[in-house]
Structure formats: C-alpha cells, structure tokens
Design a protein around this ligand. Structure first.
Ligand code: KIV
Length: 264
C-alpha cells in the first residue's frame, strides 16, 4: 500500500470507493493492519477501556496517548495514523495546541477530538498550524456522563439539525475528516452527501465514506454484550490477519455494515 494521506482519503471519497479504519495501540497490530491494507489506524482513547479496563475513556491521559501513538508509529509503514485527544486535553485552545503537539511529535499524522460547533476555534487554530483534525460527532464517548449513557444520537428532528449544523461549522473551521458514531443511517447518509470532506462511520450505516471499528470488538474479544454495530470477524476466520482482511474486503465490497448493524 502506498502511503495514505488526507489526499488519498479525499480521492477515495470522490471516486465513491470505501476506505477502512481500525483501532490499534501497539506496533504489532499496526503492522497487521498495514498488511491488510487498512487505510487509517486510529490510536483511540478506547484504549482506556480495552487495554486499561476502565469503564469509560475519561481516565486516559495525553502521556498515555503519546506512548501508544509512538508504539503504533514504530510498527506502521503506510497507514495514516489518527490519534485521539483525550478527555479535557482540549478544553481550551491553548491546551489543545499543547496536547496535539505531543501526539504529532509521537508520530500521529492527525488528531481527533469530540464535540460540536463550540470547537470551531480550536479546530481552526490546530488546522492553521498544520495539524489536521478529525471531528467526532454523534455519540461522543468522552461526554457519556452528560449524554446519560452510550445512546444513539440525532434521532429527533432538532438534534439531527444540530448535528448537521455542527458538522458544517467544523468543516468550515478546517476539519479534514468527520467521524459519526451511533447516528441513524439516513442522517449519516445525508451528512456524507453534503460534506466536502471524508466521513467515517461507526454505527452510522453503510453510506459513510469510511468505516471504523475497535479492533478488540471486531476480533470478538471484548467482554460483555456486543454493540449492535459490531461484527465479530474472527468467528469465521482462522487467524487475526484473516479476520482483519475479511473486514477490509467486507467494507470495500459494501457487505459491511449491513442494515442489522445500523440504527433507524
Ligand atoms: O476511541 C476510539 O476507539 C474511537 C472509536 C470508537 C471511533 O473513538
């Protein structure tokens, strides 16, 4: 795989070709994802749950994110590395600049942050300084306490309108990628058609430009109830490499996600 850049993702969107993203937190899995042709590796703050065993992503620190980003960088050859700015590390623009600098210096190619139009100034400041930003909308896990749980967002008319306005404001502020988590498939389709930048979905139906899953979820090793939008690709594979390749083929072939993985 040639080095994946923001231009690659934009071209794939323009050509109507789906791209893939999976989380990884270490060098070995980064290499597995590269070899399977996963375009984007997300060093997600989900590591707070799947690696650290916390019940949310809130305890994760910038130092921990930088450590895992550096591990992924050492295993990566060609994927675009996106790293999460963790909870409260971008509460002010100054904090966001410092936190993003730490992740970029650890090896990230872009950062992801969670929230709506209130983040426009922060996105603009990062983007102006050469730091590409992915804006995560819909179910934003760092706000789980405010949201009252891990619930589908944008089902009501006013929240759907708000989400579309937030997406537009963040794109205008310079966001290079949008990520939608747990929103109705029809809303994600509408937003993806309007957006001028690539849109990645998780629990957002089949019509976003790219798809993402947490690696441990799609390998079927996350304890507890499996969320509706997850498919266990390991159950029909004979190796981890095989499961990751099956995911890539299913996304690119339009077979994943199917209607059963989405929300109305
Ligand atoms: O942290 C993470 O893994 C994420 C995905 C759920 C998109 O943000």
């Amino acid at each position: 795989m040639k080095n994946v850049t923001l231009h690659t993702l934009a071209q794939l969107k323009q050509d109507g070709e789906k791209f893939t993203c999976l989380t990884a937190y270490d060098a070995t899995f980064a290499q597995v994802l590269n070899q399977a042709g996963v375009e984007v590796i997300l060093v997600g703050d989900s590591l707070g749950m799947v690696l650290q065993g916390n019940d949310s992503t809130l305890p994760v620190t910038v130092e921990e994110m930088a450590y895992h980003t550096a591990c992924v960088k050492r295993g990566n050859s060609s994927s675009l590395i996106m790293a999460d700015l963790p909870f409260m590390s971008y509460a002010t623009t100054e904090q966001a600049l410092d936190s993003a600098a730490a992740l970029m210096q650890a090896g990230a190619h872009m950062v992801k942050l969670e929230g709506g139009a209130w983040l426009a100034d922060t996105v603009e400041a990062l983007s102006e300084r050469g730091i590409p930003v992915c804006a995560h909308l819909g179910l934003t896990p760092q706000s789980v306490n405010k949201l009252g749980g891990y619930k589908v967002q944008g089902r009501e008319e006013d929240s759907a309108v708000q989400l579309l306005q937030d997406a537009r404001a963040l794109e205008q502020a310079g966001a290079s990628v949008l990520l939608l988590e747990c929103v109705p498939s029809s809303l994600a389709k509408q937003l993806t058609e309007i957006a001028g930048v690539p849109v990645i979905g998780i629990g957002a139906g089949a019509d976003t430009d790219g798809q993402v899953l947490v690696l441990h979820d799609m390998l079927g090793i996350t304890p507890g109830r499996r969320p509706r939008f997850v498919k266990d690709f390991m159950s029909e594979a004979d190796s981890i490499e095989g499961a990751v390749s099956a995911y890539v083929n299913a996304v690119k072939g339009g077979l994943f996600p199917s209607a059963e993985h989405g929300f109305a």
